[in-house]
Design a binder for this molecule. Structure first.
Ligand code: UDP
Ligand code: MN
Length: 266
């Protein structure tokens, strides 16, 4: 399997999760793409979980942020993700949600194209227009990368963000603009630091219809996602049945890596 030592040195991948998702969303990640990026992937959660810690080789960080879907809780987690990344000395920070599949070799290829000495904000927008917000004094517009599609920041950029949003200060930014964690990151980078988002369309969130991603282009995509609510949105890929593989991530993994151990006999 293509475990890439070069990538190991470069990137710090954070998966944002929460206690109640540990047994529902994380098993399929741990069975699939996590196996290709065990050393560089860390789960950021809000509860202690011995079992999760054991199956991830201790790659779990309890942020002590509250276990709610509130803006404050999510900004709190993102801010811990960024702080721990800075401690890691890695060149790239990549954030994903716990309903993302990361195509590890493709991510490696992407990051090879950019120099982490420069300021890079790589991600996908999910709004047709930049966000417009009105503060007391001015109207401002800025783009942000959708957190649920995954995005990457170079170390140089995260270092510039640190005085503004490091050490828990992202929560105050979120409070100020009244918007979620990914938007707050965009506000800090595009509006406050004046560094532009580089659009990378190969990141995908479940805000887009997953079935529109073509099989012959799976290899080039950086992330995939799913949602399994009343109107399921999943990648269209053959393989395991829907009962065994409701998220389609096992099948996708075997499509990308037919030689992986859980793919050999079907
Ligand atoms: N999440 C969290 N705390 C919560 C709820 C959600 O940290 O109380 C995380 C979740 O693990 C996921 C992300 O926030 O990584 C987005 O959650 P979800 O996919 O459930 O909702 P969405 O915003 O995509 O509709
Ligand atoms: Mn989601």
């Amino acid at each position: 399997l293509p475990v890439n030592d070069d990538l190991l040195e470069k990137v710090f991948i954070t998966v944002k999760t929460t206690g109640r998702n540990h047994l529902t969303r994380l098993p399929v990640i741990i069975k699939t793409w996590f196996q290709l990026a065990k050393k560089q992937t860390w789960f950021f959660t809000d509860t202690n979980d011995q079992h999760l810690s054991q199956v991830t080789g201790g790659h779990v960080i309890n942020t002590n942020c509250s276990a709610t879907h509130s803006r404050r809780a999510l900004c709190c987690k993102m801010s811990v993700e960024l702080d721990v990344f800075l401690e890691s000395k890695k060149k790239w920070f990549c954030h994903v949600d716990d309903d993302n599949y990361v195509n590890v070799p493709a991510l490696d290829e992407l990051l090879k194209m950019y120099n982490p000495i420069g300021d890079w904000y790589l991600g996908r927008t999910s709004t047709p227009k930049p966000l417009q917000i009105r503060t007391k004094f001015q109207k401002t517009t800025f783009w942000f990368a959708t957190g649920g599609a995954g995005f990457c920041l170079s170390r140089a950029l995260v270092l510039k963000m640190a005085p503004i949003s490091g050490n828990g200060k992202l929560m105050a930014i979120g409070d100020r603009i009244g918007l979620p964690d990914d938007v707050s990151v965009g506000y800090v980078i595009e509006h406050l630091l004046k560094i532009q988002l580089t659009r990378v369309e190969q990141f995908h969130s479940h805000l887009e219809p997953m079935r529109l991603i073509k099989k012959d282009l799976f290899n080039e995509q950086l992330t995939f996602s799913y949602s399994l609510d009343n109107d399921p949105n999943t990648v269209d890929v053959d393989g395991f049945n829907e009962i065994t593989d409701p998220t389609r991530f096992l099948s996708l993994h075997c499509f990308l890596f037919p030689e992986a151990s859980n793919c050999v006999e079907k």
